[in-house]
Design a protein around this ligand. Structure first.
Ligand code: COA
Length: 258
């Protein structure tokens, strides 16, 4: 498959998947999500790939979210389909047989933070900004964020992050365990590679089983299904229409609460 929105780079037994839509801050449109699914299936099925680093092209963004332009005018059924394919991709990362590190090189917002949350380890640069700003669009996170963030940082902090829609500095994210390490921008990939290469010196089968065992500590199914339903329901509201339109028109939304 020739990718339009991803760059794949092999370095020894580690592989980079680089989200490459720099002009849209690497926002995940439908095509990119499908390419990501294909790239992950290829990487997990390729014995020459033993671990993955996911990052964003350019200096500004890891991934600034799902592509809001594609939310414009869609109905609840279409939104459910979008959420389901996103869940499929991110579940594949979280439950995959190989370690995946998110190298967060800038904005990791909405679906971008949800992508990072699905990875096994998150490394961020000092300049990175993280957040789940969906409620400012009249939406809720729809790619697993309500579940994975809550499990990672606890209910209180997850509520604060999701309800305020605030952007969080990398240092703050480190303080409450949202990222594993903060490094200088120029050191990001070197650090991520060192960490992944250390993991790759351990037993691949034990790594696979450890990921599986740790994931089994959480029973995710009901929460995720519930999230898909609620995400889809947002698209039946006027607030979502207003939030999406306002973003595209580069103005502040005027929410009516219906
Ligand atoms: N979906 C679609 N397009 C997006 C996007 C997204 N999630 N995030 C950024 N873009 C686009 C912008 O529309 C703009 O495109 P244009 O040049 O064709 O107008 C381009 O990327 C650059 O973004 P811009 O907003 O001009 O950069 P900025 O430095 O002023 O602001 C952000 C950066 C990240 C604060 C801002 O882009 C933003 O708030 N993005 C949306 C974040 C979000 O809500 N994500 C959750 C989605 S569910």
């Amino acid at each position: 498959m020739i990718f339009k929105n991803l760059l794949i780079e092999q370095k020894g037994s580690l592989q980079y998947i680089i989200i490459n839509r720099e002009s849209k801050l690497n926002a995940l449109n439908n095509e990119t999500i499908h390419e990501l699914l294909f790239a992950l299936e290829s990487a997990f099925g390729n014995p020459e790939v033993r671990g993955l680093i996911i990052t964003g092209a350019g200096k500004k963004a890891f991934v600034a979210g799902a592509d809001i332009a594609e939310f414009n005018g869609i109905n609840a059924d279409e939104a459910a389909a979008i959420a389901k394919i996103g869940h499929k991709v991110f579940d594949k990362i979280e439950n995959g047989s190989k370690p995946v590190i998110a190298a967060i090189n800038g904005f990791a917002l909405g679906g971008g933070l949800e992508l990072a949350l699905a990875c096994h380890i998150r490394i961020a640069t000092q300049a990175a900004r993280l957040g789940l700003p969906e409620v400012s669009l009249g939406l809720i996170p729809g790619y697993g964020g309500t579940q994975r963030l809550t499990k990672l940082v606890g209910k209180g902090k997850a509520l604060e992050i999701i309800l305020t829609a605030d952007l969080i500095t990398a240092e703050d994210a480190f303080q409450f365990g949202l990222v594993n390490k903060v490094v200088a921008p120029d050191d990001l990939l070197m650090y991520a590679e060192e960490l992944l290469n250390k993991i790759l010196t351990r037993s691949p089968k034990a790594i696979e089983f450890a990921i599986n065992a740790i994931n089994a500590a959480e029973n995710q199914v009901d929460g995720f299904q519930n999230e898909i339903k609620l995400f889809a329901s947002c698209f039946a509201t006027n607030d979502a229409k207003e939030g999406i339109t306002a973003f595209l028109e580069k103005r502040k939304p005027d929410f009516k609460g219906n």
